[in-house]
Design a protein around this ligand. Structure first.
Ligand code: NAD
Length: 353
């Protein structure tokens, strides 16, 4: 069994490679990643010697049809899990086009090549599947009550979420038109090891440790539903193995928190762990709100629970402790992934602090 995992050097993709090769001893992964600013091969350095033998990395773009065809031809791919994406909402506001190229056209290229190798015009080879990793952001924003179900209409607001919603629709179209065996998962916000330090939790950890301002959009009362990345990886595995063909599964753990609450929690834990008195709430700086900022996301995960028996195992208190501990033990990793390009982007949009 050989899976093609795209975006394997990013945050969730790399966590999934560890999870999958650790769980399934005989299986292989071909990892395809363009290594954009967010992709870092160092994320996969801790695979064991034995796991490295079952993992082959290929640097390249999911939009490169020739390359994707070569991979299918050479490695007889059984399934695709598509993590590859431009994933940062802020960047999508300033540079939307690359989001459309990678997230929409890249996904369509993968679908089309999979169809070429798995479909003979009448039927699909058995045991094949294409799993699209999507996000709860495709549903738009909630008021103070209610949850996103799989039936909630798509209503994306940022170029990022619009590109992810478009990708979901083209995946669905390949199922509806050609009967392609697909699933789509829509997960809430992830946190955990190897997350690029432009996203809320690692950004706040790094800035607080360096006594830099902690920029919070607007009043900081936007609500996100947080899930530890390993719980997401378990859910993806279950959907890949047991998900009913053609279905969408929402993934979340009913762990809604205001952004400001998350930041205060990080300050509290870091202060306790480092005994550094300078890490305090006085570092918090409210900055102009992001245009089109969604107010609240909340996932209803009852379908995946009922149909596939998945439940989160790592509660927030434990997950955030583990995450902060990981960053404290991997400060050199953080320093290395913060490239010049990242700093330029950061300074352009948040200013020097
Ligand atoms: P990430 O930005 O950390 O990683 C994305 C990876 O894709 C990087 O390694 C990057 O180099 C690679 N990539 C980008 N463009 C590529 C291209 N054209 N060809 C090949 N590789 C390319 O993102 P992440 O947080 O790990 O997210 C992974 C997936 O999960 C995304 O599809 C995202 O939409 C989805 N998702 C993320 C979250 C979250 O909270 N992080 C939540 C729900 C869903």
């Amino acid at each position: 069994m050989t899976l093609l995992i795209t975006g394997c050097a990013g945050f969730i993709g790399s966590n999934f490679v560890y999870y999958y090769l650790g769980k399934y001893k005989g299986r292989k992964i071909i990892g395809l990643d363009k290594l954009t600013y967010a992709g870092n091969l160092e994320n996969l350095e801790n695979l064991t010697k034995e796991q490295k033998k079952r993992f082959k990395f290929i640097k390249g773009d999911i939009c490169n049809r020739e390359l994707v065809e070569y991979i299918f031809e050479e490695y007889d791919i059984d399934g695709v899990i598509n993590f590859a994406a431009e994933s940062h909402v802020d960047r999508s506001i300033y540079e939307p086009q690359v989001f459309l190229k990678t997230n929409v056209l890249g996904t369509q290229t993968l679908l089309d090549v999979a169809k070429k190798y798995w479909y003979d015009g009448k039927s699909w080879k058995s045991g094949k599947k294409f799993l699209q990793i999507s996000t709860d952001e495709v549903y738009g924003s909630l008021g103070p009550t209610g949850y996103f179900t799989e039936k909630t209409p798509l209503d994306p607001h940022s170029p990022y979420s619009a590109s992810k919603a478009s990708a979901d629709l083209i995946v669905k179209a390949y199922h509806d038109t050609y009967k392609m065996p697909i699933n789509i998962t829509r997960c809430s916000n992830n946190y955990g090891p190897y997350q690029f330090p432009e996203k809320l939790i690692p950004l706040m950890i790094w800035n607080a440790l360096n006594h830099k301002e902690l920029p919070i959009y607007g009043d900081g009362r936007q609500i996100r539903d947080w899930l530890y990345v390993e719980d997401h990886c378990r859910a993806i595995d279950i959907v890949y193995e047991k998900g009913k063909i053609g279905e969408v599964y929402n993934i979340g753990g009913h762990n809604e928190k205001e952004n400001i609450e998350i930041v205060k929690k990080i300050i509290e834990i870091l202060r306790e762990k480092t005994k550094d008195e300078k890490i305090s709430e006085s570092l918090i700086k409210h900055v102009k709100d992001r245009p089109g900022h969604d107010r609240r996301y909340g996932i209803d995960p009852s379908k995946i629970k009922k149909e596939l028996g998945w439940e989160p195992e790592i509660m927030f208190e434990e997950g955030i402790e583990k995450t902060i501990e990981w960053y404290l033990n991997n400060l050199e990793w953080v320093k290395r992934v913060i490239s010049g390009e990242y700093m330029e982007f950061y300074e352009k949009h948040y200013g020097k602090s």
